[in-house]
Design a protein around this ligand. Structure first.
Ligand code: F6P
Length: 344
């Protein structure tokens, strides 16, 4: 069989490790992996290249994706579904392994349900917000980057008696924020799942000062709302534009929160926005292992003919689950927030 492998949506650490793992397993079983370039655009437009052992070599520690990525959705283009039908009829590929986030899984489910494309999804996102799986690959690396940044910011915040607000990614889920806050020993955290009034954070910072700690690190998730004790609250967006999937472009809550905190406390407050640094570079060992497990499991799922599924981590096992179950956003486990708060 010729099995297409594609990466779609936002890039992230571990994509190449999945490509390598799925490709190597397919080659080992006597099948031909084919790299579809720029996500589903590569399937629709026949833009692909065969993945031999050489092409799959040296990928494990490599950031980004050798296949490039895009948010192309065949169902958002009049000719898209027909182009995909023609590609499948030509025999470009006999099945597809689609590595992507929530929206890629939606497209993948639709291709299976409406066009009968044999597909298996692999859950990728630094946000860790895909329903049905305990963990997405890329998340551990993003948290590692954020925690290291918090460590570095601690020493400069302490030297200058400053409050530093660290804005992290995560879209509408606070997984990166709360996990990095725990790992980095932050003094406050704001996540999209729970509104915390700025006055409450300011009070925490003041209490630290009263205890002789003249600096603080506050972690804020880009999707958190700026909330006040009088009940007002709003989300902060970078601009009015939405991305190709129609998602808001988040960003700016860090600066907005810092301005409020400085005004209430009178302490000098700075902001650091980590941005795409969290998505680049080499994956951690944990992500390399998870990505390898996902890649091999996706190839095995294809070879077993279990299509219309996404490989998911459930406890210690990786197993295929129906793509139709992968709907919505997985919010944080609130017990993590309680754990972080013990140290504020
Ligand atoms: O979903 C991953 C993610 O990095 C989010 O955390 C972030 O909001 C978004 O993608 C940024 O997307 P873009 O790179 O298109 O600005």
């Amino acid at each position: 069989m010729r099995i297409g492998i594609l990466t779609a949506g936002g890039g992230g650490p571990g994509l190449n490790a999945v490509i390598r793992a799925a490709g190597r397993k397919l080659l080992r079983e006597g099948h031909q992996p084919v790299g579809l370039l720029r996500g589903y655009r590569g399937l629709a437009y026949g833009d692909h290249r065969e993945l031999d052992h050489d092409a799959l070599s040296g990928l494990l520690p490599l950031g980004g994706t050798i296949l490039s990525t895009s948010s192309y959705d065949p169902f958002r283009h009049d000719d898209g579904p027909q182009l995909v039908r023609e590609a499948m009829a030509r025999g470009d590929v006999d099945g597809v392994i689609a590595i992507g986030g929530e929206h890629t899984m939606e497209i993948t489910a639709q291709l299976h349900a409406e066009l009968g494309v044999p597909v298996v999804g692999v859950p990728k996102t630094i946000d860790n917000d895909i329903v049905g799986t305990d963990r997405t690959f890329g998340f551990d690396t993003a948290v590692h980057v954020a925690a290291e940044a918090i460590d570095r910011l601690h020493s400069t915040a302490q030297s200058h008696d400053r409050v530093i607000v660290v804005e992290v990614m995560g879209r509408n889920a606070g997984w990166i924020a709360v996990t990095a806050a725990i790992a980095g020993g932050a003094d406050g955290v704001l996540v999209p799942e729970v509104d915390v009034p700025v006055e409450k954070i300011a009070a925490t910072i003041r209490q630290r000062h009263d205890r002789g700690k003249d600096f603080s690190i506050i972690v804020v998730s880009e999707g958190a709302r700026l909330a006040f004790e009088d009940g007002r609250s709003h989300k902060v967006v970078a601009n009015a534009e939405t991305d190709e999937y129609g998602y808001e472009r988040l960003g700016g809550i860090g600066n907005a929160l810092a301005a409020e905190l400085e005004q209430i406390t009178g302490y000098e407050t700075r902001t650091v926005v980590l941005g795409h640094i969290q998505r680049g570079g080499t994956p951690t060992a944990t992500d390399r292992v998870l990505a390898t497990r996902y890649g091999v499991a996706a190839a095995e799922t294809v070879l077993a003919g279990t299509f219309g599924t996404m490989v998911a981590l459930r406890g210690a096992e990786i197993e295929p689950i129906p793509l139709t179950d992968v709907v919505g956003v997985k919010g944080i486990d609130l017990r993590l927030l309680e754990l972080a708060e013990v140290f504020f």
